[in-house]
Design a binder for this molecule. Structure first.
Ligand code: ADP
Ligand code: MG
Length: 647
């Protein structure tokens, strides 16, 4: 088996093919898909390998780790090889009339043996029957579906103990054939499942049926031109029912006392999640749950046959019926007795991947930032891939989604953007004119401030005249600030990227504003690679402006924190303060030019519009989190700027 990591993923996106339709986001039961750089990427640490995204992607942008090369290596290794085929094969290879042709084809590939996993299923079914009939067993969740096992160990670690400590049919079969044919045997599994590739070390390679078909094509193996061959023993009984709905129960043979109602069956993404949630909430006690991630294994992502659900079931049924007709019961019973001695005990450990639910205020704030201020704004249209607006907002807080995924919000923004574009054209021409004027005004304003300062120094501080000159000086200062802001504004329309060390850069930026004594500055560095490409001069203005705003928000003193983080795709600068916070109703206004809440002679309202423009030119995003109400926790504001690394 292969160890799967973010760098070496099991399920992943084929770069460039994703058209960002959010279908995979919607179909992923584990919230394991995130839009990164315009592509829906799988987060391996969260993925349960159910393969839903592979099934639903119309662009074939989702795929999985291929085991084909490994199988070729095994076949050429000179060792004895066996292919164990999952019982769903009858529903996959519907075009092959006689299963012995399929076995012949596999042997022509070079496999020494071909066995059916379903004998393993027979053994496993017996153990389940015992467990289900054991009154002391308590709650039991079947553990034969590896995606379900992943889901529970990752997202419901409290329920891990309920997972039946029994091997899956495939693992059971691997133990049987190793005992029968020797430990040296090289084992390959073939079935409908992607999650199998990460289930255990039992097999040297795990193929999907899709991959098996590719191998047949690559090796030119045609079902019309092979010699029929029988499966190798041990032969199976009803275990072959496993891959259809309620398959385990059928294999157990419910006529022998076990009623269907005693085991709750939940198959498919929506139903299994519901069942687990009900169990977690204590609504189901001492119940047996047969859970499958797909609607029966015959609907697994490794099948190439997507339609004909009923035909597929019928194929399995007919195959099992024929098989049972020819089964030598004595042989089977002997084998069951013989191999029942093998221990099928299995252990599961939690691998907690839960993200704590964000605070209600945080969720509310995200909803607000998406323009959802009342119940009637919650369209719950599902276009983003999340069932409700609230779910999307939670995912945004968890850093798994972005507000832009909300379609109604984005449409509204687009019309706003049109307006803004018109506005910015006006602003641009206005900017050119004002830049000219501003430039001209700069010098005389400088002279006014200089002379008024000299006058102030010379005048008696108690005199009325002093106060008047002081006002002249202050107002001239203010004009200079506005003029400076206008000049900046007019200049910003291009960026010149250069690689810099972000940590040094941030440290340098701290010297660009005056830090009052009652304010502490802290830099938290979590950069893996501090070298980034930015327009340093302009980005310096971003930090300076955010830093100044933060200091202005903390007149009584406080803490200014800058946190740097990065991943492969982006780097993030977070600037937080412990100041008064920004009231919700101002969230949308603060980026509008000339909006300021500071006293007449203090603010220009040009800081944040400039910040916004510069960040957008770096193709970055700004998110704000703020709290103004001490009852809800510490007040303060965080500006989070994320900039893509590949600009
Ligand atoms: P100015 O600083 O000149 O007022 P800005 O565009 O920089 O203009 O900011 C606009 C407004 O946004 C400020 O007047 C203030 O109300 C609000 N603001 C910005 N940053 C913060 C912050 N860190 N804490 C509280 N309010 C802030
Ligand atoms: Mg400002």
């Amino acid at each position: 088996m292969h160890r799967f990591t973010e760098d070496n993923p099991l399920v992943y996106t084929v770069k460039g093919l994703c058209r960002v339709c959010y279908t995979c986001v919607r179909e992923c039961p584990a919230k394991a898909i995130k839009i990164i750089n315009g592509q829906a990427e799988v987060i391996t640490a969260r993925c349960i390998a159910c393969g839903n995204c592979v099934i639903v992607c119309s662009q074939s942008a989702k795929t999985y780790y291929s085991s084909i090369e490994k199988v070729y290596q095994l076949l050429e290794s000179g060792k004895k090889t066996m292919l164990c085929i999952a019982p769903s094969f009858a529903a996959e290879f519907t075009e092959i009339e006689d299963y012995r042709i399929l076995v012949g084809m596999i042997k022509t590939l070079g496999f020494d043996y071909v066995t059916e996993v379903s004998f393993g299923a027979d053994l496993v079914a017996i153990q389940y029957k015992e467990l289900f009939e054991d009154e002391k067993a308590g709650t039991v969740i079947t553990s034969d579906c590896p995606a379900i096992v992943n889901y529970i160990t990752q997202y419901y670690p409290d329920l891990v103990d309920f997972l039946a400590k029994i091997d899956s049919p495939a693992i059971a079969m691997s133990k049987v054939v190793k005992e029968k044919y020797g430990e040296d045997l090289k084992l390959v599994f073939a079935g409908p499942c992607i999650a199998k590739k990460a289930e255990s070390q039992a097999f040297d390679a795990n193929l999907t049926f899709e991959e098996l078909r590719i191998i047949f094509t690559e090796k030119n193996i045609n079902h019309q031109a092979v010699i029929k061959s029988e499966f190798d023993p041990p032969y199976s009984g009803k275990g072959a029912f496993f891959p259809v709905n309620h398959g385990l129960l059928k294999s157990i043979d419910k006529t022998e006392g076990l009623g269907e109602g005693e085991v709750i069956t939940a198959e498919g993404k929506a139903k299994f999640k519901e069942a687990i949630e009900e169990l977690q909430n204590g609504l189901l006690k001492n119940q047996h749950l047969e859970l499958l991630c797909c609607d029966g294994c015959i609907e697994g992502p490794g099948m190439t046959q997507r339609d004909m659900k009923l035909v597929k079931r019928l194929k399995i049924s007919n195959y099992v019926k024929d098989k049972l007709k020819n089964l030598k019961i004595d042989d089977w019973e002997n084998n069951i007795e013989k191999y029942s001695k093998i221990s099928l005990a299995r252990r599961f450990a939690p691998r907690d991947r839960r993200i704590p639910l964000p605070k209600n205020e945080e969720i509310e704030q995200v909803l607000f930032s998406m323009g959802k201020t009342s119940e009637k704004d919650m369209l719950n249209c599902g276009a983003c891939g999340y069932i409700t607006c609230r779910e999307l907002a939670i995912a945004v807080c968890e850093d798994l989604a972005e507000p832009e995924m909300c379609l109604p919000f984005t449409i509204e923004q687009l019309s706003d953007t049109k307006e803004a574009l018109k506005q910015s054209e006006k602003l641009a021409s206005m900017g050119q004119v004002s830049a000219g004027i501003a430039h001209e005004l700069n010098n005389p304003l400088g002279i006014i401030t200089l002379y008024s300062s000299i006058l102030c120094d010379e005048l008696d501080k108690e005199s009325e005249l002093y106060e008047d000159v002081q006002i002249i000086n202050e107002q001239a200062e203010r004009c200079k600030n506005i003029v400076g802001g206008l000049l900046n504004f007019a200049r910003k329309n291009k960026i010149h990227l250069k690689e810099i060390n972000l940590i040094d850069f941030i440290k340098r930026s701290f010297t660009s504003f005056i830090k009052p004594d009652n304010i502490e500055i802290e830099l938290i560095n979590q950069m893996k690679n501090p070298l980034v490409k930015i327009d340093a001069e302009q980005m310096m203005q971003v930090i300076t402006n955010l830093g100044k705003n933060a200091i202005d928000a903390m007149p009584q003193g406080g803490r200014l924190m800058v946190k740097l983080r990065d991943n492969d795709n982006e780097f993030i600068i977070e600037i937080s303060d412990t100041g008064v916070g920004i009231p919700k109703e101002n969230f949308e206004k603060i980026f509008t030019p000339f909006f300021t809440t500071k006293g007449v002679s203090k603010g220009t309202g040009l800081g944040l519009p400039l910040v916004y423009g510069i960040v957008k030119m770096h193709r970055g995003k700004i998110r704000i989190k703020s709290n103004t109400e001490p009852e809800k926790g510490k007040t303060g504001t965080t500006f989070k700027i994320s900039i893509p690394k590949n600009l």
